[in-house]
Design a binder for this molecule. Structure first.
Ligand code: 5AD
Ligand code: SF4
Length: 448
């Protein structure tokens, strides 16, 4: 099969959702560039537009429909344009049927498990001019060797596992990403060694629940083992990972984080809700006390660790007292930041059928109280960094001011400082002068 053409074909990908989706889009880019497509950020210029969709909350889904409507005019102007939709939304038959019925101009629909089939799907569409729908219900064996065109050279996402077995009752992910499967340590190490050779400094290991890494492997390598192996790879300076599930965060992992010099002092540890009643109905399999105990162990072993989290407000049945428990966890832990969500009904999940849904006005009121509690804590934590020297991986030139750079501390805080463009991708030492709620400002000091 040969999809190559003399014409300079251009593609654009619009991505919604989590880092897993972002990385899938990097793989789609890699596939398209191997077919001689080149990227464009302008939809009007594109010969191929891909929407990589998210289903985790209703908002994300509605945004995709809004954007799809707008593509119809582009297709009318350029009938050769190929439009594809992929990602989590495509894993639901009801959504595929709706898209087929309402947006008949779409050319390709594929799912989360078969990105690697894209060249074949494009070729089939070109040949037949019909809508091509190819969605696999389950993931099966992990497909290795899909090329990724990464957005940045100095930092990279690396999948270590796919899918989720946890079935938190609010969450659609186990239905869209399938059962948990781990890549072998050999495949992961090989990919990271190659990245290190290309001067990549920071890797973020991705999985829905990285703490249960290895359970599907014959040799039962644990996530802690994996961190220790990756820590030895020369050239890599920083190791991050997400997401962690408190029920699977072992002491062994905390010790590996403590011992591995390249593992950053940051942990994203979603707690979702503070009330044990709510946690139980969410099927989270830990209690508030267990979560707080983990936090104190982490703080003991890794004294300057930064903790971030995910919190849902307004889960069915959440009472005012339950919500107070969430605020209590927020205050006791002192999170550096949090992703906060209004509970969103997802058809097909157990929570969608629960009777005592929380009214919207109550959800919004609690949401505001939650933010008002979180923000001063973030600010206070940042103030503690004033006058300290932080190692920063320089990421980019500021959008508004060409003399200004931005980068992140090992604890994942965004810092702005003056510097030259050629510092991008390098590690520098920055003294922090100003602490704001979300960002820090400082100046570079000489490396010793
Ligand atoms: N409603 C609100 N938030 C949700 N999340 C997952 N499902 C839902 C839902 N139905 C949040 C959780 C998860 C994060 C990725 O998204 O907090 O950790
Ligand atoms: Fe969803 Fe829970 Fe799995 Fe996270 S662990 S992806 S919240 S089901």
């Amino acid at each position: 099969m040969d999809n190559r053409s003399d014409k300079n074909l251009k593609y654009t990908i619009i991505t919604w959702g989590c880092q897993m989706n972002e990385h899938d889009s990097e793989k789609i880019s890699g596939i398209l560039e191997s077919l001689n497509y080149t990227p464009t950020s302008n939809r009007e210029d594109a010969d191929l537009i891909i929407f990589n969709t998210c289903l985790v909350r209703e908002n994300a889904e509605l945004k995709v429909y809004g954007n799809l409507g707008e593509l119809k005019a582009l297709k009318r102007k350029n009938p050769e344009l190929i439009i594809g939709i992929c990602g989590c939304m495509m894993q639901k038959k009801e959504i595929r049927d709706l898209v087929k019925q309402k947006y008949g101009f779409i050319d390709l629909m594929f799912g989360t498990h078969n990105l690697h089939k894209l060249p074949e799907l494009i070729a089939n569409n070109k040949q037949s001019s019909r809508m091509i729908i190819d969605v696999w219900e389950e993931g099966g064996e992990i497909i290795e060797g899909v090329p990724a065109k990464r957005k940045f050279g100095y930092k990279a996402f690396v999948n270590i596992m796919h899918g989720c077995n946890n079935f938190c009752t609010y969450c659609i992910v186990p239905y869209t990403r399938g059962r948990e499967r781990s890549r072998t340590p050999e495949d992961i190490i090989k990919e990271i060694e190659e990245l290190a050779q290309e001067e990549c400094k920071e890797i973020t290991l991705l999985g829905q629940n990285v703490n249960s890494y290895g359970k599907t492997l014959e040799d039962k390598t644990t996530f802690a083992d994996l961190l220790r192996m990756i820590n030895k790879i020369e050239g890599i300076e920083r190791i991050r990972f997400m997401t962690s599930h408190p029920k699977d965060l072992s002491d062994e992992l905390i010790y590996a984080m403590r011992d591995c010099s390249k593992v950053c002092e940051h942990l994203h540890l979603p707690f979702q809700a503070g009330s044990n009643n709510v946690l139980k109905v969410m099927n989270r399999k830990y209690t508030k006390e267990k979560y707080l105990e983990l936090v104190s162990k982490l703080k003991n072993e890794i004294p300057n660790i930064s903790l971030t989290t995910d919190i849902i407000v307004g889960f069915p049945g959440e009472s005012e007292e339950d919500f107070e428990e969430t605020l209590d966890v927020v205050k006791k832990v002192g999170f550096d930041s949090a992703f906060t969500f209004l509970y969103s009904v997802r058809e097909g999940t157990p929570a969608a059928k629960m009777e005592d849904q929380v009214p919207d006005d109550v959800k919004h009121r609690r949401f505001k109280t939650l933010l008002d509690t979180l923000h001063p804590i973030s600010h206070e934590n940042n103030i503690k960094l004033q006058d300290t020297i932080q190692e920063i991986l320089v990421e980019e030139v500021s959008k508004n001011n060409e003399d200004m750079l931005s980068g992140r501390t090992r604890t994942n805080k965004l810092v702005h400082f003056k510097g030259e463009k050629d510092m991008i991708g390098k590690l520098v030492n920055v003294k922090i002068d100003v602490a704001k709620t979300w960002t820090l400002e400082g100046h570079i000091i000489e490396n010793d």
